[in-house]
Design a protein around this ligand. Structure first.
Ligand code: PEP
Length: 253
């Protein structure tokens, strides 16, 4: 039975008071309304991780992810945060390869493979993001493109390591645009990615990997997306900044 997961990526939003208020609201609503078999992963800006962790003590189904980590282990890399540092403050997950990092910080599949390695070496589970642009969807083998992102960044892992990875399929054309992939479009990609994983690691391993959908998920679109057989939850951006909306998305899972 795959894990049901809803993750909220706050990106570079909220000052400290707002971040704390959002967390408190989410925890209160979740304790009242959300089934405990859904794992909720909050991805605040790294500077708030330690503070927000304290607010999650009364919410055992909540966990924290950083939005990024360095591909380097330690040393003279001013401004960077290592996976070991995340582990040392009790952060369990890290987003790796969000399309904004790929686009604005030129993160290649090879660099992302290093981030995956250092995260796993420190007991932090990568949430590996992948997805195609609109141009690729319209003019190229878009499924092949996304499969290749997974091949180049994940297929060097052992079976045991891969089982610690969560995959998030996030078509770039759907991120922050209000355009959600239809449940059929998302399911097509998720099933293809699961099959791709099966071709390398076998069907049993592929069946265990959680694959999340991300891209303008709202409370209105979540239930249909999450009812697809290969969609195990969501990675939510904009809608995760509003406690009522995000709680309703969690409830749809
Ligand atoms: C994201 O940033 O991962 C994301 C899916 O954003 P949004 O939900 O706003 O499209």
């Amino acid at each position: 039975m795959r894990k049901k997961i809803v993750a909220g990526n706050w990106k570079m939003n909220k000052v400290l008071d707002e971040a704390v208020a959002l967390t408190s609201e989410l925890v209160n609503m979740a304790n009242d309304e959300v089934q405990s078999d859904v794992k909720v992963i909050l991805c605040p800006p790294s500077i708030y991780l330690t503070t927000i962790k304290k607010y999650l003590e009364s919410a055992p189904n909540f966990a924290l992810a950083a939005q990024n980590c360095s591909d380097k282990v330690s040393g003279a890399y001013t401004g960077e945060i290592s996976a070991q540092m995340l582990q040392s403050i009790g952060v369990e997950y890290v987003l790796v390869g969000h399309s904004e990092r790929r686009q604005y910080f030129n993160e290649s599949n090879a660099v992302l493979a290093e981030k995956v390695n250092t995260a796993l070496a420190n007991g932090v589970s990568p949430i590996f993001c992948c997805g195609e642009s609109l141009d690729q969807r319209q003019n190229e083998d878009y499924i092949g493109f996304v499969k290749n992102q997974i091949t180049e960044s994940l297929f060097h892992l052992s079976e045991e390591q891969l089982l610690s990875v969560i995959i998030a399929y996030e078509p770039i054309w759907a991120i922050g645009t209000g355009l959600t992939a239809s449940a059929e479009q998302a399911q097509e990609m998720h099933a293809s990615l699961r099959q791709h994983i099966a071709s390398k690691y076998g069907a049993d391993i592929a069946e265990e990997i959680s694959i999340l959908y991300g891209g303008s998920v709202t409370a209105a679109s979540a239930a249909e997306l999450f009812s697809s057989p290969d969609i195990d939850g969501g990675l939510v951006g904009g809608a995760s900044l509003k406690s009522r909306e995000f709680t309703n998305i969690i409830k749809a899972r």
